[in-house]
Ligand binder design. Structure first.
Ligand SMILES: [Zn+2]
Length: 63
């Protein structure tokens, strides 16, 4: 997954920036708390492919 691609991808739900999870080869939207799979180097940015993050995976919010 190259950095250039990461700059242009956006969450299909909120259009926000995605975070690359290198360890699990997926893209995370911290706003929606979902992860999108990366299939053979191609991010699958479909809302119906989004996987909800588990409680442990969620990042603490500062609210
Ligand atoms: Zn999102």
């Amino acid at each position: 997954m190259n950095a250039k691609l990461l700059e242009i991808v956006a969450c299909p739900i909120c259009q926000g920036k995605l975070k690359y999870d290198k360890a699990q080869a997926r893209l995370i939207c911290t706003f929606d708390q979902v992860a999108y799979p990366i299939n053979q180097g191609i991010p699958v940015l479909l809302s119906d492919q989004a996987v909800a993050l588990s409680e442990e995976e969620k990042e603490p919010k500062n609210d």
